[in-house]
Design a protein. Structure first.
Ligand code: F6R
Length: 264
């Protein structure tokens, strides 16, 4: 596991975009796993800037989003479909048939639908690079505390805490979705490489538990300790509760010296 400490959220976004861009250039047919939320917004903006400058081509890439609220149509302004199109896909050149986002508008046959999502990931060759944010309660995707560490794509009930955190994206008085379709922790762990981003003090406790705490279903992100290629990119505020910061800094320097391709 690598921990990259950056001064602020803007630097986190830039570093994440640099890593994604270099992975796309190395493998134009890359399969990306994508996240929504406020954390990756800076990264998406940077990637769009690189694309507009002519130095980044997504035409052969494919993507699978982590999750979607259940009950929201694709054009609902708070849906993750809408989020992804307005914040990323409309600014770059993905081929529309290679974009996959769980369909929150389904009304039945949930597990068949979710099994089909898993099958599409497999038939695309699996996810090469998965981007994640982290919830205050340590969730990744919408794998709320006590999700099985072996879970696959499924319907998941959201905790009150997550619903409250999501309220800021909805107009005052609007109903907040209670369930989502989300890739499971097992699905995420199958990705060949994982980049997880965190910014702000409100994430500090979850980040410390994910990186330094025991592996526990109580903190879904701690399952990433089982993955051989995980990079955390976090700002000073999100790193606040870590006890081994100097060591992570040293590991980073040594990685640059001995295995720089790992950071490309
Ligand atoms: C979003 C997702 C969630 C968010 C997490 C952090 O697709 O899967 O796990 O990454 O809730 O959200 P923000 O970035 O808004 O703090």
């Amino acid at each position: 596991m690598l921990v990259i400490l950056k001064e602020n959220a803007q630097e986190v976004g830039k570093e994440a975009a640099r890593m994604v861009a270099s992975a796309v250039r190395a493998n134009p047919k890359i399969v990306l796993g994508l996240a929504t939320g406020s954390t990756p917004l800076g990264m998406y903006e940077e990637l769009a800037v690189l694309h507009r400058a002519g130095s980044l081509d997504f035409s052969k890439a494919a993507s699978f989003n982590l999750d979607e609220y259940l009950g929201l149509a694709h054009d609902h302004p708070q849906s993750f479909h809408y989020f992804m199109h307005s914040n990323f896909f409309s600014h770059v050149n993905f081929s529309p048939d290679k974009i996959h986002i769980p369909d929150g508008s389904i009304r039945s046959n949930y597990s068949e639908y979710c099994d089909g999502y898993e099958r599409s990931i497999k038939s695309a060759g699996g996810i090469d690079l998965q981007i994640l944010g982290i919830g205050r309660n340590g969730h990744i995707g919408f794998n709320e505390p006590n999700s099985s560490l072996a879970s696959r794509t499924r319907l998941k009930e959201l905790t009150r805490e997550t619903m409250e955190d999501n309220r800021r994206f909805f107009p005052p008085g609007a109903e907040i979705p209670e369930c989502a379709i989300t890739m499971g922790i097992g699905t995420i762990l199958d990705a060949r490489r994982v980049l997880i981003l965190a910014t702000g003090k409100s994430k500090a406790a979850a980040v410390a538990k994910a990186i330094e705490g025991p592996i526990s279903a109580a903190v879904s992100a701690s399952a990433l300790q089982l993955h051989p290629e995980v990079t955390f990119i976090i700002d000073e505020d999100a790193a606040y509760a870590l006890t081994q910061r100097e060591y992570y800094q040293r590991v980073l320097e040594l990685t640059k010296k001995y295995t720089p391709e790992k950071l490309a």
